[in-house]
Design a protein around this ligand. Structure first.
Ligand SMILES: *[C@@H]1O[C@H](CO)[C@@H](O)[C@H](O)[C@H]1NC(C)=O
Ligand SMILES: *[C@@H]1O[C@H](CO)[C@@H](O)[C@H](O)[C@H]1NC(C)=O
Ligand SMILES: *[C@@H]1O[C@H](CO)[C@@H](O)[C@H](O)[C@H]1NC(C)=O
Ligand SMILES: *[C@@H]1O[C@H](CO)[C@@H](O)[C@H](O)[C@H]1NC(C)=O
Length: 457
């Protein structure tokens, strides 16, 4: 917090002295916050332009006061949204915690008279316990986060009270201090909101079967960057020897089979790992490690590029085969390619791509063999890998590109139709789209949000 306050102070000072060389906006009208950027620790830094102050004018002050009040009211609204969301997650966490406590008690009891118990029983329980252990720090963090939100609420209430209270006696109040408090609160709140949109995968629920159609292998998707109203569905049946994409205006049209368009791609595709992102289809060209960016609007190829060293044509597919060597996906952070190379001994490589040029921006070498992975999907910059495409599959391994570290995890999901040939996260819907043996299904995900603000630093 210290550092941030001084950054704000500095900016305020600069702005107030009328020295803002690169700003094109006039700061006359009120407080504005521009261009939040993330620093190395993932914190947001906001540039603040303060209004010009006429310290003698009573009018100016009451106008500023009105603006501050409005700002604080706006923040109260944001806090309510935040609160609702947190409450929902909190219920889940509390339930988990209770389960853990129950297990702990049972464990202790069993340990007490373990002589009378079968060793296997004991071992099972111990394993379950070990699985749950990593949850403890997460739970602790969650409590801290919930406390933080309560504190935000109190601060907002306090500020509102102060603002309302001084409306009569303008002039006697230290505006500088008030400005600072509002700004600091707003910055922290903004941080909080940003963090809440991302999280760690905790649970997968469902599936809901949307439709039963097509062959055993295929892909279907919506565009995570499309607007709320635009819910077009794209459908690409089979993993080879096909270049026809079917489009539906909505999920409902998809269910009823009311096609709106078909596209014939310039090249056939390989696998089922295509993704639609910001109006374009990204797919792997058959028998190559070339990625193609195809515009649905113009029907043209906007870019194509080979992914250097990436194995293709069943050299490093997922467990189910089907030329699923190069998996394209999108999450909150952008576009990704997941594949394997000889250089990384057939283990999974994650590359972040420039969505316009398809250039690799950065790569991470994991230690997970691609041929032992059932499927993988990316959420908030973390890759999640399943251990199989068959019954009993679970999310088994995760790799965070933020920290370049991996974890073995155990998140089960219901493989209802016994064979999964596509599994992709959609950040807009917060859902996993899957092709489950000729069924198009959706899973919901529960993400755990860790809120960190400067206060924690
Ligand atoms: C408060 O929110 C409203 C509606 O979103 C917006 O028009 C207004 O500019 C906001 N006021 C301030 C001071 O940020
Ligand atoms: C809010 O005001 C009360 C009473 O003045 C004070 O005790 C409390 O610390 C304040 N809370 C915050 C978060 O500033
Ligand atoms: C999406 O495409 C539009 C233009 O079609 C572009 O302005 C925008 O920056 C793109 N968004 C992302 C996240 O790539
Ligand atoms: C996901 O959750 C939403 C909201 O709770 C619900 O409406 C939807 O049916 C769920 N979808 C799945 C696939 O479980």
């Amino acid at each position: 917090m210290q550092a941030l306050v001084s950054v704000l102070d500095l900016l305020l000072l600069v702005m107030l002295s009328g020295f803002y060389p690169t700003m094109t906006v006039s700061p006359k009208e009120g407080w504005q916050v521009y261009s939040s950027a993330q620093d190395a620790d993932g914190r947001c830094i906001c540039t603040v332009v303060a209004p010009e102050q006429n310290l003698c004018s009573r009018d100016a002050k009451s106008r500023q006061l009105r603006q501050l009040l409005e700002k604080v009211q706006n923040m109260s609204q944001s806090i309510e949204v935040l609160n609702l969301r947190t409450q929902r997650d909190f219920q889940y966490v509390l339930k988990m915690e209770n389960q853990m406590k129950g297990l702990k008690a049972k464990f202790r009891q069993i340990e007490d008279d373990r002589k009378t118990l079968l060793t296997k029983h004991f071992q099972d329980l111990k394993e379950k316990m070990d699985e749950l252990q990593p949850l403890i720090p997460v739970l602790e963090q969650y409590k801290t986060d919930a406390k933080l939100i309560t504190q935000f609420k109190e601060e907002i209430r306090n500020l509102s009270a102060v603002l309302t209270g001084i409306q009569e006696e303008i002039g006697a109040y230290d505006f500088e201090d008030l400005h600072r408090r509002v700004l600091s609160l707003e910055t922290r709140l903004r941080n909080c909101m940003t963090k809440l949109t991302c999280g760690k995968l905790m649970k997968i629920t469902g599936p809901i079967t949307i439709k039963t159609s097509g062959t055993r292998f295929g892909a279907w998707m919506t565009d995570p960057l499309a607007s709320e109203r635009n819910n077009r569905v794209w459908y690409m049946d089979s993993y080879t020897n096909n270049k026809v994409v079917r489009e539906y205006k909505s999920i409902r049209d998809f269910v009823s089979g009311a096609e709106s368009r078909t596209y014939s791609l310039p090249f056939r595709w390989a696998g089922t790992s295509h993704v639609v992102y910001n109006g374009s289809l990204y797919y792997n060209k058959y028998q190559s490690n070339i990625i193609i960016k195809y515009s649905f609007d113009t029907g043209r190829i906007l870019a194509q590029r080979s992914v250097e060293y990436a194995g293709f044509h069943n050299v490093y597919p997922y467990t189910w085969g089907g030329f699923s060597d190069i998996d394209l996906m999108a999450d909150e952070m952008g576009l990704w390619a997941v594949y394997a190379t000889n250089q990384n001994a057939g283990n999974i490589v994650i590359s972040q791509l420039n969505a316009d040029t398809l250039e690799v921006l950065k790569s991470w070498n994991t230690g997970y063999p691609k041929r032992s992975a059932g499927e993988s999907f990316m959420i908030c910059g973390t890759l999640y890998v399943t251990n199989s495409h068959l019954t009993g599959a679970k999310v088994y391994y995760s790799y965070s590109t933020k920290t370049s570290t991996y974890e073995y995890i155990d998140i089960p999901f219901h493989n209802q139709y016994f064979h999964i040939s596509m599994l992709d996260y959609n950040a807009r819907d917060r859902a996993l789209y899957a092709w489950n043996n000729g069924h198009q299904v959706l899973f919901n995900v529960t993400l755990f949000h860790i809120i960190k603000t400067e206060d924690d630093a």
